[in-house]
Design a protein around this ligand. Structure first.
Ligand code: NAD
Length: 467
């Protein structure tokens, strides 16, 4: 019988600990040096994004650089890196629909399935004008490490359509969504790949996806998470990402011995994640001094009237435009404010080498995916800025999605209290593990989180066998 190095390693007791002996197993398989050609292989363009102006850097490069920093610490072989980084499948579909004015609208939809060694692919669907294949690839990889860091039994995927949902009526969005499902229904499903909401999508979009998917495959509420509670959704799913950001932030402040009521917070983005984060932190008596959305920033050094602002956006279709009970600032100024804690909760790539020298917050919690570019991250780290990385900070959403999926499969529904309790437990354990590993290895929280994520995915990959 073939001497499986993994089985050997288990017999020799090498698969314990945080890295789980993963690098022993991996290097037993392959002693290839890190593959310098890998980055070129993934050198896709990123033409439309907020990252333009940085031609040397693409979204997928950023995710890969963070991966590489951890992989270097783990002494991971080149072939193992390639295996873990290469997406399993990428699907691009044409979405042609009739618009309300009778014209034909043609859009591109993407689904990238990055890794499924630990369970079905899992990840959100983004509707935003800057969505392209490169961004989706990068976000899909982030999902792989994220689900592993919080140890939910999923892999990583992401999808999206390059549209501005604000430019479409609800009927158009429904038609676009249903057409998208027509194109990808064979590649998703409860045991294959489970989409969820992300920027520009919500519970209503998830309901359309379920309904369209079920036309092909029959009753399957577990094919998507983040559904309306009335349609097998989870009480507390909508708040879960922001609540998770709040839970992590409070834990971090406690670890640092900071007083919550003396902490001034600036939050970029006032959508699903930004609003729930703001609410949680305001309830914890932190002082929210600035928030922003696509209409710009709103600032009050003595603290914004959070209840009033949350009420305002409910009354104004989710937008802060026209709110006048605060000083107006730009989104760029918000990032550069004198404050104790900065929470980017909107787009990726908002802190770059161009503005990093003006960032004054000593602590940054990455509620958004990929808000800090690696070159800026390096500068911040050298300056001693503490960063709670996205793959941990915003993992509350996918954790709650896991609870929803479990319940859909059991045809059972938990109450809100139980959801919150379980969320708190999973996130607290994950935080402690990342914090302790960071301390033990003397690495940033980002590298610690990646080491945990890569270790778990790597172990599953090797244990599953690579025939
Ligand atoms: P959302 O669409 O609900 O809200 C996005 C917010 O960002 C809105 O307030 C919008 O006005 C604002 N915004 C858009 N463009 C902006 C710009 N150029 N400058 C400043 N603000 C801008 O999206 P969301 O679900 O809150 O997601 C926000 C971030 O969190 C994304 O990076 C997403 O990937 C990440 N995330 C979301 C979830 C989730 O469960 N929704 C889970 C994990 C991570």
């Amino acid at each position: 019988m073939w001497d499986n190095p993994c089985v050997l390693a288990i017999k020799q007791g090498k698969l314990g600990g945080i890295l789980g002996g993963f690098h022993e197993v991996a290097s037993a398989r392959q002693k290839t040096p890190p593959d310098s050609g890998l980055r070129n292989r993934y050198a896709f363009t990123y033409p439309n994004s907020s990252l333009k102006g940085l031609p040397h850097m693409k979204a997928i490069d950023a995710t890969q650089l963070y991966f590489d920093r951890a992989a270097d610490r783990m002494d991971l072989s080149g072939n193992m890196r390639r295996l873990l980084l290469t997406p399993k499948r990428e699907v691009t579909v044409e979405i042609a629909v009739e618009l309300d004015n009778g014209e034909i609208g043609i859009f591109q939809g993407f689904r990238v399935q990055h890794d499924n060694a630990r369970g079905p692919f899992k990840g959100g669907l983004r509707y935003h004008p800057e969505v392209d294949l490169d961004e989706v690839r990068s976000l899909a990889a982030l999902m792989t490490w994220k689900t592993a860091v919080v140890n939910v039994p999923y892999g990583g995927a992401k999808g999206g359509i390059g549209i501005n949902p604000r430019n479409h009526s609800s009927r158009e969005l429904e038609r676009i969504t249903r057409k998208f499902v027509d194109g990808i229904h064979d590649t998703i499903g409860p045991d294959r790949d489970i989409p969820a909401p992300d920027m520009g999508t919500n519970a209503e979009v998830m309901a359309w996806i379920t309904n369209q998917y079920e036309k092909y495959h029959g009753f399957s509420p577990a094919c998507v998470t983040g559904k309306p509670v009335e349609l097998f959704g989870l009480p507390g799913r909508e708040e879960a990402t922001g609540r998770g950001v709040g839970i992590f932030t409070v834990k971090l402040m406690q670890r640092l011995g900071r007083k919550l009521n003396q902490t001034r917070v600036a939050i970029q983005g006032f959508g699903n994640v930004g609003t729930h984060t703001s609410k949680f932190l305001a309830d914890a008596e932190m002082k929210i001094v600035a928030v922003s959305d696509v209409s710009g920033g709103y600032y009050n050094p003595d603290g914004l009237k959070m209840a009033e602002m949350l009420h305002y956006i409910v009354e104004h279709k989710g937008s802060l435009a026209g709110y006048n009970n605060a000083q107006r600032i730009t989104n760029a100024e918000l990032l550069e404010l004198e404050c104790d804690l900065l929470i980017p909760a909107a787009l990726g790539g908002v802190i770059t080498s161009e503005n990093v020298d003006r960032i004054k917050a000593p602590i940054i919690v990455e509620a958004a995916n990929g808000p800090i570019w690696p070159d800026a991250d390096r500068v911040l780290e050298d300056r001693g800025v503490l960063i709670l990385p996205d793959i941990l900070a915003n993992a509350g959403g996918v954790t709650a999605s896991y609870f929803e999926w479990v319940q859909n499969r059991q045809h059972y529904q938990w109450g809100l209290n139980r959801v919150r309790q379980e969320l708190d437990r999973v996130l607290s354990e994950s935080f402690e593990r990342v914090w302790e590993l960071g301390k033990e290895k003397k690495v940033s929280l980002r590298t610690a989180a990646y080491i945990i994520g890569i270790g778990r995915v790597g172990r599953a990959t090797v244990l599953g066998g690579i025939a």
